[in-house]
Each structure stands twice: as structure tokens, then as C-alpha cells.
Ligand binder design. Structure first.
Ligand code: NOJ
Length: 470
């Protein structure tokens, strides 16, 4: 009897040790190691074509919406553009070697649609195809797994001229592009993602217009939402068909929404923002339809829904890419349709260069929220911070960024230890790059870039990752 009790206790103890290795090791707030995440956890960095490649009109590349948008005065805060960016198109070999030296085994990049198919559909630009062949082969040679994102916001301008994401024809254009990429690269690339942050490019690009293609209006926005949701699922199906043993995901920008005050009205405001920020794109893919209940104006999307679409919106992704930077504290407001607004972080709150509040608890809550959906695997496909780095005697000491990573990783680990299947983490980003409408001022990299000379300098946070991943 005593022996049985002892064996039971042993079983409980070993279960705890299995799910909570960090607790068992007595991890403190600053003490964290790679081992506690498990040996098969994916560690990587995330990048995107327009933000790093440059070579905007070289070797047959077509114009993208970001090439056009950034060429117009008033669009980019520091009057810059991504024409040269960090010149990754020419320096990818040395950059990937640098990545390897930091002990990362996974590299996330995106295909520039306009580099591969300059007119959006039809003729292929073989020089562009060759660039991604060389990039993928170089990764594999170095023992780095390539993670391909199909669409990271840089639509070919010719397709935008035909209505872009607001035109239902995008479903055909995007399918052709996806067929093409998966057939050309699917023999070597196993990890695929369909869309980067659809909430980002539809709200910023088609509602507020502060990003390319600079369009505004509720109709354009809702049309682009529905078409992005259709492409998201169709892209998944095409990858499944064409890539043998593909690991298929798509990414969502996610921010935990919290009421400013514990009042019903504030709670309802938080729920309304939650719909737009977190639920709008994942729920249709899970067969749950659009989340109309909290936001009645969303019903206007029905205008764009054809018979049979509800089925087409569904796809059984292998993983969900969760991208998180901050939390959103919410109160009611007079902003039409949403009737909610975010409350500025309190005085004294720790802010990044983007003005975003450092709130590691938020990533924990949003992971837990997403884990309630029937998803198989969650990967944090972006997380990171911009701080005003200073180059002093050839070094960049960025203790704030190191702390940021440690504290967010702690919270991810907490969710993992509570049983959520979080299986990877991608830092945003590898090397400082073009931060969209903000230009080059916010530096998100763990490697510093001198934008005049294109010299790379590893920041202390880069060295921290190198040692952490050793
Ligand atoms: C999300 C986007 O995917 C990425 O392109 C951007 O640079 C980061 N967030 C930081 O804002």
C-alpha cells in the first residue's frame, strides 16, 4: 500500500518534471536557458523581402506597391524608401553566415512577388527565381532551415492597379503565384507560411491608408479582408498539394486587449477591439465564420461573400504563427464602427522606440487565448523591440533589448509549461531594416546596420542569443 502511494507520487512528480522543466530548475525572472524549451523547439529570426532586399529595380524585378508608395512625398517619416534597404539581395551569403555564427538554425524570409512574376501573373523572371534558389541553397548548406512566407505586403503594383486585395480576382492571381513558388521551391523548403499579418495590410493599407497602397474606406477594407481570408485558405491547400510533407502555417498579428477600467462598457470596448485585432482572420479559417456578434458593422462583409465561400475559407493549418509586440488597453470611444480606442500607456511605463509598451504578460495572455482555438501548434513567428541604439567604440550595448527578449521568453515558457503547444520562436529581426512608414529610424535588429556603408555590427543582444542558443 505504502509502496503504491510512493509510486503514484513518483508518477505525479515525473509528470511535473516533464511539463515544467523550468519550474523544476527553479528559473528566476532573469535566468532562462534554451534547454528548458526542449531540443526540438525552433529558434529563428524573421525578415521580409521589401524590408531587407533592396535591388528594387535590378535583374528584371517589377514594381511593388511599396516601391510606388515610398516614392511619393509624405508617406515615409524619414523620407526614405526601400530601394536599397540593407542590400540583402547582394549580401545574403555573408548575412546568412553571420546568422549561423549566432547559432540560429531557422531563417524566415519572404518572396518578393514582383521579383518573381513582375507583372503579377504570366511571365516569370528567371533571375529573380535564381536569387531565391541561391538563398535557399545557401541556407541548407549552412544547416539553416528556410521558412518561406508567400506574402509580406509587397503586392506587384500592376495588380494593385487592377484593384489589388479589394478585387476578388486576387484569388486567381495569388493561387498562380503560390502554385509557382511551391513548385519551384517545395523540393527544398518544408516550412511555409501563407500571409503575414493580414490584419496589418488590410487595415493599414485599405482602411487608414497609412501603408501601401494608401487606400481608404470601409468597403475596400471589408472586401480586402474577405479576399485575404479566401487566399489564406487557398494558399494552404495549394502548399498541401504541392509540397511533400510540408509544414504549413500562416501568421496573425495579435495583441491582448484589456479594459482600462473594470466597467462593463470598457470590457465591451476591449471585446470589440479584440475582434479586429485578433479574431477576424483566424476564426473563418477554423470554420467559425466572421465574428459578427460583437461588431455588427462586419455584416457588411456579406456583400462580398459568394455562395460556397464559407467552405473555401477553411483550412486545417499545421501551425499558427502568432506575432506579438504589445498589449492594448481599451476604453469606449466615438471612433465609428468600432466605438473603442486604445488608452495611452501610463506615465512611466516602459516604452520601445515605436512608443509600444513593454508588456511581457500580454504575450502570455494572447498565447493562452489562441490556445483555446482548435489549433495544432503555435509558433511565435515575430516578437522583438526597437530601441535607440548607440554605436560606441564599435559596440552596441542594448541591455533593454536583452531584457525584453528574456522577459517575453519567460512568459512564452510559462504558457508552454502550462501545456500549450508552443513549438518555436522567431525574433524580429535579424539586422536593422526598413520599418515601413517609419523608415529606418526604429532599429529592431539584433545586428546593427550602418545604412551608409551597409556594415553589420553584432549588438550585445545578438551575442546574448549566440550564447543562449549555444
Ligand atoms: C510586423 C511586421 O510583420 C513586420 O514587417 C514589422 O517590421 C514588425 N511587425 C515591426 O513593426
Amino acid at each position: 500500500m505504502v509502496r503504491l502511494e510512493f509510486l503514484k507520487q513518483l508518477a505525479v512528480l515525473s509528470a511535473i518534471l516533464k511539463v515544467a522543466p523550468a519550474l523544476a530548475k527553479g528559473i528566476t525572472d532573469t535566468d532562462i536557458s534554451r534547454k528548458v524549451f526542449g531540443d526540438d523547439f525552433f529558434w529563428g529570426v524573421a525578415t521580409s523581402a521589401y524590408q531587407i532586399e533592396g535591388a528594387w529595380n535590378i535583374d528584371g524585378k517589377g514594381e511593388s506597391v511599396w516601391d510606388r508608395f515610398s516614392s511619393k512625398p509624405g508617406h515615409i517619416k524619414d523620407k526614405s524608401n526601400g530601394n536599397e534597404a540593407i542590400n540583402f539581395y547582394h549580401s545574403y551569403e555573408a548575412d546568412l553566415e553571420l546568422l549561423k555564427s549566432l547559432n540560429f538554425k531557422n531563417f524566415r524570409f519572404s518572396f518578393s512577388w514582383a521579383r518573381l512574376i513582375p507583372d503579377g501573373t504570366g511571365s516569370v523572371n528567371e533571375k529573380g527565381v535564381d536569387f531565391y534558389n541561391r538563398l535557399i541553397d545557401k541556407c541548407l548548406k549552412l544547416g539553416i532551415e528556410p521558412w518561406a512566407m508567400l506574402y509580406h505586403w509587397d503586392l506587384p503594383q500592376v495588380l494593385e492597379d487592377r484593384g489589388g486585395w479589394a478585387n476578388r480576382d486576387i484569388l486567381g492571381w495569388f493561387s498562380e503565384f503560390t502554385e509557382f513558388c511551391t513548385r519551384r521551391y517545395g523540393d527544398r523548403v518544408k516550412h511555409w507560411m501563407v500571409l503575414n499579418e493580414p490584419a496589418g495590410f488590410t487595415t493599414l493599407g485599405y482602411l487608414s491608408g497609412i501603408h501601401a497602397p494608401n487606400r481608404t474606406g470601409i468597403g475596400k477594407f471589408l472586401a480586402s479582408v474577405h479576399h485575404a481570408c479566401l487566399c489564406q485558405a487557398e494558399g494552404g491547400r495549394i502548399i498541401r498539394r504541392n509540397v511533400n510533407q510540408g509544414h504549413i502555417g500562416t501568421t496573425f498579428s495579435c495583441s491582448h486587449t484589456e479594459p482600462y477600467k473594470l466597467k462593463d462598457s470598457h470590457q465591451r470596448a476591449a471585446q470589440r477591439l479584440d475582434v479586429v485585432l485578433n479574431r477576424l482572420f483566424i476564426e473563418p479559417s477554423l470554420g467559425m465564420g466572421y465574428p459578427y456578434a460583437e461588431l455588427p458593422f462586419l455584416r457588411k462583409i456579406e456583400k462580398y461573400i459568394d455562395p460556397g465561400d464559407q467552405e473555401k475559407l477553411k483550412f486545417d493549418f499545421d501551425f499558427i504563427g502568432l506575432q506579438n509586440y504589445f498589449r492594448v488597453v481599451t476604453k469606449p470611444s466615438l471612433i465609428p464602427f468600432i466605438w473603442a480606442n486604445r488608452v495611452k500607456p501610463e506615465d512611466g511605463a516602459e516604452l520601445t522606440e515605436m512608443g509600444w509598451e513593454v508588456a511581457p504578460e500580454g504575450i502570455y495572455h494572447i498565447i493562452k487565448q489562441f490556445s483555446k482555438y482548435p489549433v495544432k501548434e503555435i509558433i511565435v513567428t515575430e516578437n522583438g523591440a526597437a530601441f535607440p541604439d548607440q554605436l560606441i567604440n564599435g559596440r552596441i550595448h542594448d541591455p533593454q533589448r536583452i531584457e525584453f527578449y528574456k522577459r517575453y521568453l519567460q512568459k512564452i515558457l510559462k504558457a508552454k509549461n502550462e501545456g500549450v503547444n508552443v513549438s518555436g520562436y522567431f525574433a524580429w529581426t535579424f539586422i536593422d531594416n526598413f520599418e515601413w512608414a517609419e523608415g529606418y529610424r526604429p532599429r529592431f535588429g539584433i545586428v546593427y546596420n550602418n545604412f551608409s556603408t551597409q556594415e553589420r555590427i553584432i549588438k550585445d543582444s545578438g551575442y546574448w542569443f549566440r550564447d543562449f542558443l549555444k
